[in-house]
Design a protein around this ligand. Structure first.
Ligand SMILES: Cc1cc2nc3c(=O)[nH]c(=O)nc-3n(C[C@H](O)[C@H](O)[C@H](O)COP(=O)(O)OP(=O)(O)OC[C@H]3O[C@@H](n4cnc5c(N)ncnc54)[C@H](O)[C@@H]3O)c2cc1C
Length: 446
């Protein structure tokens, strides 16, 4: 079936043949691959062109069973089909008093997508990214072979696939460590922070004491208020912290969206609406509140309450710009916020998180430091600002996140990812005929 597919940003849709298949059909599908090749797709939550393949084949999520076992040392291990969403996986795990080791800002991503982008959560400073929590993954490579690869058994292929944006093969299943928890709630400390310098100081001094940390930033604030923020840090709630509804139903799994945006309205995310929203959001946050019980959905995935919220950005769609810079380069974050505020571009969602040391993934995004993510209404006028930001990030020794990217040039990408050529070489050896292709892969000459 020919389908017009886009990323979450809805900026550059392309047509491909969308194929629904079972894991055992994948080798035959690869043998039939036409010149434009094949790419696996999850739930399409990457913002740009990673899960698109213009004129080629796109493979829909592969479903299958989920099982939980214990390793010899008692660590709970979950084996799950790659097309399973984290929403469904959380429901299975919470029923067994477990939680996913890493969750992004939405539960509607698949395990395959989580591996291919090596996603990070609000706990990267402590637990690393999704790839760090994997024991092994099952991968069908271009020759049609199903291989089980792990960080010890085949480190080269494992660390090319973690963060490899689907270009090393089709992941059919994975085994990962699960996290024992005492409830489906978190205890959250919230504080309002008047500016970027205080924010950096507080995160640097205090994040290690928490499992999770994230700061929402008002990007329209300027001058002494530049980077004013609401910092929320949390730990899994213990059984004795539960009160009220949480005590009555401690294992309530997150539910589906409560409302939907049924059509694409004219873009509602404008400078006045964002300014008004940011003001209210900042003022309504408590100056300092400790130990508030929040559900998993409320703390980790507030946007999931609204289905198709990306439509609110109108027909042009949106772009996300997510950068990371090394730990001692926090001035680059301040400068990026200044560039954004001076340009007067409204970013409704801007978040700052701290990353731990990163892993050997050839194209993995995290590195020890600061990551700033900005959602912006798409506009041709953003080009010059993005180029200024790219230069700032490069100068600081940082990079941009491929799962959010839709516009990097191969030259800038290569300057940001020093192992890009190692990835290309591995691809040439593993997939000489170029069976795996995507719009992103062609754009970045991977
Ligand atoms: C609201 C929102 C919040 C987000 N927050 C975060 C965050 O906090 N942290 C973070 O890291 N990311 C975040 N993301 C990005 C998201 O986690 C990643 O883009 C993730 O890859 C999306 O998974 P998906 O299943 O939708 O995959 P898709 O977007 O469909 O695909 C992403 C990539 O995975 C590959 N892929 C998918 N399935 C397979 C498979 N079976 N085998 C091989 N390759 C495969 C695709 O080829 C593609 O390259 C967020 C996205 C949204 C929309």
């Amino acid at each position: 079936m020919t389908s017009l597919l886009s990323g979450w940003g809805r900026t550059a849709p392309t047509a491909a043949t969308l194929v629904e298949a079972g894991a055992s059909d994948v080798p035959a599908l690869l043998r039939q691959a036409i010149a434009r090749g094949v790419i696996a797709r999850g739930l399409g939550r990457s913002y740009g062109d990673a899960a698109q393949n213009a004129g080629g084949t796109v493979l829909a999520p592969l479903t299958g069973p989920t099982t939980v076992a214990r390793a010899a040392d008692g660590t709970p291990l979950v084996t799950v089909a790659a097309g399973t969403s984290l929403h469904d996986l959380m429901a299975t795990l919470l029923a067994q008093r477990l939680f996913v080791p890493v969750t992004p800002g939405t539960r509607y991503v698949t395990v395959g997508g989580a591996i291919a982008a090596d996603i990070h959560g609000k706990n990267n400073h402590r637990d690393g990214s999704f790839g760090d929590q994997l024991v092994s993954l099952d991968l069908v490579t271009a020759d049609g072979r199903l291989r089980t690869v792990g960080p010890e058994s085949d480190p080269a292929l494992f660390w090319a696939t973690v963060g490899g944006m689907g270009l090393t093969g089709v992941i059919t299943a994975a085994t990962l460590r699960a996290l024992p928890v005492e409830s489906a709630y978190v205890a959250v400390d919230t504080e309002r922070v008047p500016g970027i310098n205080e924010l950096v100081d507080r995160m640097r001094a205090g994040d290690d004491a928490y499992h999770y940390s994230v700061a929402w930033i008002d990007t329209l604030a300027r001058g002494r208020s530049l980077g004013r923020a609401v910092l929320t840090r949390a730990d899994h709630a213990t059984a004795d912290q539960l009160r009220g509804p949480a005590a009555r139903d401690p294992w309530a799994a997150p539910r589906g969206p409560r409302i939907a945006v049924p059509f694409t309205p004219p873009g509602l995310v404008t400078r006045p609406t964002v300014r008004a929203f940011n003001e209210v959001w900042f003022r309504k946050a408590p100056r300092h509140r400790v130990g508030e019980l929040q559900s998993i959905a409320a703390y980790f995935h507030p946007l999931d309450a609204v289905d198709d919220w990306n439509r609110l950005y109108g027909r042009r769609g949106m772009v996300q710009y997510q950068l990371v810079v090394p730990d001692d380069a926090e001035s680059a974050v301040t400068e990026a916020l200044r560039v954004l505020a001076d340009a007067g571009r409204p970013s409704f969602l801007a978040v700052l998180k701290r990353f731990g040391p990163g892993n050997p993934g050839l194209l993995s995004f995290p590195m020890r430091g600061w990551t700033l993510a900005l959602d912006l209404p798409a506009s041709p006028a953003l080009g010059p600002m993005f180029r200024t930001l790219d230069a700032l990030v490069l100068e600081a020794g940082g990079r941009l996140y491929l799962a959010k990217d839709s516009r990097l040039s191969p030259e800038t990408f290569d300057a940001m990812y020093e192992q890009a050529d190692d990835f290309r070489k591995l691809r040439r050896d593993l997939d000489p005929a170029g069976v795996f292709q995507s719009d992103l892969g062609r754009r970045l000459q991977l």
